[in-house]
Design a protein around this ligand. Structure first.
Ligand code: CA
Length: 242
């Protein structure tokens, strides 16, 4: 395939409801995306082989299988194309499993189209942020009043230096370098604690509470570290979401 740098960025929508597929196509076009719709997993696999995608919007209940399988396949072959899951399933387990398989975000059907376009923009914006952070992991993160310096492992809120334990710092850095991304407690245990300490999920809650007490202007109404009920935590960055 000939790389074409002028090509419009392409989104693959995996969705078996034709009306919804068309609706997404229509609404993503004004954002500058060319959108292909795959009605099942087989078409999705072809669509992913055919060209590079900036995002996959993935329905879970498909005629020939479970969208989560596609999510697992991509991540197993180290394809980190962002994935936004669409689920009509009320069960929170799917969202947790989807995120643990490496999906970037999820939306529960039915959703407002504005909500979807906002999520798409947020995911792509934070992919850019994450890329710039990976290019220079030593750069300071400036988020609202919060300053995080990976080199000195220093944190300040406004002018005030904050003393964090090593674990609190690692937890904050993990969350803040991927703003908007929802992490399950199991993922955070794995990423921050290394998953080898037999740590329990309540350990994560306890550390989040201590971190909030230190960095949040009002820990009862967190500005930075938000709870995602039934799922985990996410860091809110005003640059990524209004
Ligand atoms: Ca479906």
């Amino acid at each position: 395939m000939q790389p074409d740098t002028n090509a419009q960025p392409s989104i693959l929508v995996v969705e078996d409801e034709p009306d919804l597929g068309r609706l997404l196509q229509l609404n993503l076009a004004p954002l500058g995306f060319k959108t292909d719709v795959a009605p099942d997993l087989a078409a999705a696999r072809r669509g992913l082989r055919a060209q590079e995608r900036v995002l996959v919007i993935l329905d879970l209940t498909l005629p020939d299988g479970d969208g989560l399988d596609l999510c697992r396949e991509l991540r197993q072959r180290q394809d980190y194309t962002p994935i936004l899951i669409l689920t009509a399933r009320a069960d929170e387990t799917d969202r947790v499993v989807g995120l643990e398989l490496g999906a970037d975000d999820y939306l529960v059907k039915p959703f407002a189209i504005r909500e979807l376009t906002a999520r798409v923009k947020a995911i792509l914006r934070r992919v850019d942020l994450a890329r710039s952070f990976q290019a220079d992991p030593q750069q300071r993160l400036l988020i609202g009043d919060l300053v995080i310096d990976p080199t000195s492992r220093g944190v300040a809120v406004g002018e005030q230096r904050v003393d964090l334990t090593a674990t609190e710092f690692d937890l904050l850095l993990q969350l803040a370098s991927n703003p908007g991304r929802v992490y399950t407690r199991a993922q955070l245990l794995d990423l921050v604690w290394g998953g080898s300490h037999g740590s329990q999920e309540h350990t994560v809650n306890a550390h989040v509470n201590r971190l909030r007490a230190k960095i949040e202007p009002d820990p009862g109404e967190p500005r930075y570290v938000h709870t995602v009920w039934g799922v985990g935590y996410r860091f809110r960055d005003p640059r990524v979401e209004a």
